[in-house]
Design a protein around this ligand. Structure first.
Ligand code: SER
Length: 871
């Protein structure tokens, strides 16, 4: 049975049995979910249903879910591990429980897929007698066929959430997979776990305590890849029709044959898995980066590229393998086809970038290993960091390379090195909302706080709950940080890029300044801030007021973003895709995918269009529609956003039409002016544009004008002469520098003739080692050339302190290279003495270090290094 048919049969079976088929959710969890970086299980999109904080569209559900698990990345390459996989699942939200799950699973496996009953071995949680009875009494298996396994407990994903005992179904692959007659279910490769039936009945809280969920639920998951292995009668998932076409393509490109040799097979499997996984991740909006999801993607891309290199493939190739993935899965997950060009662009960019440095990095790694003192098989943390920083080697890749050679990595040293260089790479916005214990929020039993902020910025309402440090209290006093839940709210909660409102809440008894809002559970809004007067208590009547000026500044940037988005499409073409945005009162930031540079002229054009639309005072209108109608209207959907049943479509005149939940202006004229303050590349095929509007634009221009005035006064020129003046100054400076360099060179060469007097002979070889005066590496090199030419035959080892650091140069004339002398070998210990490193060819090598004090002593090693090496 082909995998396509297996997938369909599964879904059809459960639909026939009253389940609603829901689409796979994205590999990137919704923005509010910080528990995991990527979707790892089919049940993730069901969590709010299991917790009872959201009502499911139906009580019986089934999905084919895109999943990605990172734990096995390093193992991918062997015949059984993978990263991306498809999980077949059926779910019951408080409907059928153990009995239903077991009988559906058994019927589907034995009656529909026709697996022989005697090859199926269930396992249970050790104390789950109810499950045991179902397998023995209801299904009729002898008790000896059921294994009790301690590990048969699922979840929660992250630290808290739904969990429960489970029952797994194993398939006996036969003694070829493990000849041991005592092979046991659960710890032998002979028995392959194919299906996990989870009896989801508990909720684990932050203290690790499990309490029963409102209702008992079912969550099952079966890997399509493993089921295909079994049904196709092959011995590895890589031999199924889910991987073979990708492997074949990789084999064709590299001129290899799968199955001909194990080393090549490993590479082909890595390429197949990683091409598939990368295609899916990029489609779902992940871009290669240095943290979190971006790092995972970068790691698999670079790993695939390196394994491609092992097969002799030094040109970009992943678009070929990715194309096969699209051909195979494009009709199941249409988003892959929609994002095809983007996927190719990201792959090409990463292959290009990493391809350039890969070989240099590999060479550098070889040198590290060769120069390592024999007794310590350890790669230093500094070196691992250096490979990352200069050659883009993810540390895991370096570890893999090191392990292949039997080396270990000094991870502590790596952390220290990283710390030293770290400021740049982390994103400060990331965990902006301090997540606290949410139990007390769940206990409120609320599903949502009605949002009135589209109509008004202030309203009368009631305080439903007050929390301090995550615990529900009766009231919070002046000076305390607190979180307030209201009966309804005008406060916007960060979403779709627009940041949260601020403002205050006032009651008869006190006042709290609101600094932030977030949704702790479901659509309940928590208002975070400090009580500044009196106290705020539960049950009090309250007035909630949003800072209107700030809201309006934000709205200018939000409506401005929509117009900008359309203008970018007008100028750059429709392949501009939104990749993220930030709308704050001060500015707007818009990330978009676009493979090329954006020229200055294009930016001017974009800005002109936007400002034309602003001056046209286009009306901003909102239309609330059911999702299906909205899609038909052709409005732009933001990628990766989760939309409900009903959506808002926001139009700016006829010019722009987008799905949007944000708060906007009444007409575009209120923006006043939009100025692009910055535009540049922020990653593979990804660009970022920043702009200011309204008061922000006014401030921006004011500052620029002041800057011009200041410059004019410093350069004593009129504003319109500034450019000519600056060009002239730069020219003069360049000429002066050139003259200076010539003079320095002349002087250095003159001094160097003196040095010839200090030549010594070692076993008939003329050796000159000396510290010289050289202001830069070029002069050092000229001195070296001159000395070598004067010697005709000999060894020159010179060093100079350049910008407070020692620089080294060793040269050996060709006749002596033939006789066994090697500049690279001579320089290495010298460089080590000054606390540095070096490299080069037999006739010339260069290096540097950190300790200028040791330079004389280091150079004096030269004679000893020449002695005894002449043939
Ligand atoms: N949550 C379980 C798993 O992922 C069953 O779907 O294995």
């Amino acid at each position: 049975m082909r995998s396509r048919e297996i997938r369909q049969t599964y879904v059809d079976y459960f639909v026939k049995n009253g389940h609603l088929h829901l689409p796979s959710s994205s590999l990137v969890p919704p923005s509010g979910d910080k528990t995991v970086l990527l979707t790892t299980a089919g049940m993730q999109q069901m969590t709010p249903f299991f917790l009872g904080v959201q009502t499911p569209p139906h009580r019986r559900l089934t999905t084919v879910q895109k999943c990605f698990r990172t734990v096995d990345i390093d193992e991918v390459g062997d015949p059984s591990h993978l990263t991306f996989f498809e999980m077949l699942g059926n779910f019951s939200v408080g409907e059928y429980f153990k009995e239903g799950a077991v009988s559906f699973a058994w019927e589907l496996l034995t009656q529909v897929f026709k697996l022989p009953e005697d090859k199926l071995y269930p396992s249970i949680f050790p104390t789950d007698e109810e499950a045991l009875e179902l397998w023995t009494k209801m299904i009729g298996l002898p008790a000896s066929r059921i294994t009790r396994i301690e590990d048969n407990w699922w979840g929660p994903v992250g630290k808290t959430g739904p969990c429960g005992p489970d029952s797994e179904i194993y398939y006996d692959l036969g003694p070829e997979f493990d000849p041991d007659p005592d092979a046991r279910v659960g710890d032998s490769p002979r028995y392959l776990e194919i299906w996990n039936l989870v009896f989801m009945q508990f909720n684990r809280d932050t203290h690790g305590v499990d309490t029963p969920l409102p209702r008992k639920n079912i969550d099952t998951g079966m890997g399509l890849e493993r089921l295909s292995l079994v049904l196709q009668g092959v011995s590895s998932i890589y031999s199924t029709d889910l991987f073979q076409p990708i492997i074949q393509r990789a084999a064709d490109i590299t001129g290899k044959r799968y199955g001909a040799n194990e080393k090549d097979d490993i590479s082909l499997r890595v390429i197949a898995d990683h091409s598939r996984a990368a295609t899916m991740l990029i489609t779902d909006g992940v871009l290669p980066g240095n943290v979190d999801r971006g790092y995972i993607l970068r790691r698999i891309l670079r790993r695939a590229i390196r394994y491609g290199r092992l097969l002799g493939q030094d040109k970009p190739f992943m678009h070929h393998t990715s194309q096969v993935v699209m051909d195979m899965l494009g009709d199941i997950y249409p988003e892959i086809i929609e994002r095809k060009n983007h996927v190719f662009a990201v792959l090409a960019d990463e292959e290009e970038k990493f391809g350039h440095t890969l070989q240099m990095g590999l060479n550098r790694f070889e040198i590290l290993i060769e120069n390592n003192p024999l007794d310590t098989k350890i790669v230093s943390g500094e070196d691992v960091f250096d490979l990352l920083a200069t050659h883009g080697f993810p540390p895991d890749l370096t570890r893999e390379l090191a392990e292949e050679r039997g080396f270990e990595i000094d991870w502590e040293g790596f952390e220290r090195a990283k710390q030293k260089h770290s400021e740049a790479s982390t994103n400060p916005d990331r965990w902006k909302v301090a997540r606290v214990d949410l139990e007390d929020y769940k206990a409120l039993g609320l599903q949502k706080t009605p949002f009135k902020g589209y109509e008004t910025t202030s309203l009368e309402t009631e305080v439903l709950a007050v929390l301090v440090n995550g615990k529900r209290v009766k009231s919070a006093d002046a000076g305390q940080d607190a979180e307030i839940v209201l009966a309804q709210t005008p406060f916007y909660v960060e979403s779709g890029g627009q940041i949260s409102d601020t403002g205050y809440i006032e009651t008869e008894f006190g006042r709290i300044e609101i600094e932030n809002t977030y949704k702790p559970v479901g659509d309940v809004v928590a208002h975070q801030g400090k009580v500044v007067e009196g106290f705020i208590g539960e049950g009090q009547k309250a007035r909630a007021v949003v800072d209107e000026v700030r809201r309006l500044d934000t709205a200018r940037n939000h409506t401005g973003t929509h117009i900008l988005h359309q203008a970018l499409k007008d100028v750059l073409g429709n392949n501009v895709g939104q990749a993220g945005s930030l709308v704050s009162p001060e500015r707007l930031r818009f990330d978009f995918t676009f493979p090329n540079q954006v020229t200055a002229e294009q930016l001017v054009q974009v800005e002109q269009i936007v400002n034309d639309k602003i001056r046209a005072s286009l009306p901003v209108t909102v239309n609330v529609l059911p999702i299906d109608e909205a899609k038909k209207s052709g409005a732009v959907m933001m990628f990766g956003e989760k939309y409900g049943e009903v959506v808002r479509i926001l139009s700016v005149g006829d010019y722009s039409k987008e799905f949007c939940g944000g708060t906007h202006l009444q007409n575009s004229g209120q923006i006043g002016l939009l100025l692009i303050s910055n535009e540049g590349s922020v990653g593979s095929g990804l660009r970022r544009i920043e702009a200011v509007t309204g008061r922000g634009a006014e401030k921006y221009i004011g500052e620029r004008l002041q800057l011009v005035d200041k410059l004019a006064s410093v350069l004593q020129a009129r504003p319109e002469q500034l450019v000519d003046e600056a060009i002239e100054l730069k020219r003069k400076l360049r000429d002066t520098e050139r003259e200076l360099a010539l003079l320095q060179q002349k002087q250095a060469l003159a001094e160097s003739s003196e040095l010839l007097k200090s030549v010594v002979e070692v076993e008939g070889v003329r050796v000159l080692s000396a510290k010289v005066n050289a202001p830069n590496a070029d002069v050092l090199r000229s001195i070296g050339d001159k000395l070598r030419d004067s010697l005709k035959s000999g060894v020159v080892a010179i060093g100079a302190v350049i910008k407070e650091k020692p620089s080294l140069l060793v040269m050996v004339t060709p006749d002596l290279v033939e006789r066994g002398l090697n500049a690279g070998k001579i320089i290495a210990p010298i460089a080590e003495k000054v606390g540095g490193r070096a490299g080069g060819r037999p006739n010339m090598a260069q290096g540097g270090g950190n300790d200028p004090e040791k330079l004389d002593e280091a150079l004096s090693l030269t004679i000893g290094l020449v002695r005894g090496t002449i043939k």
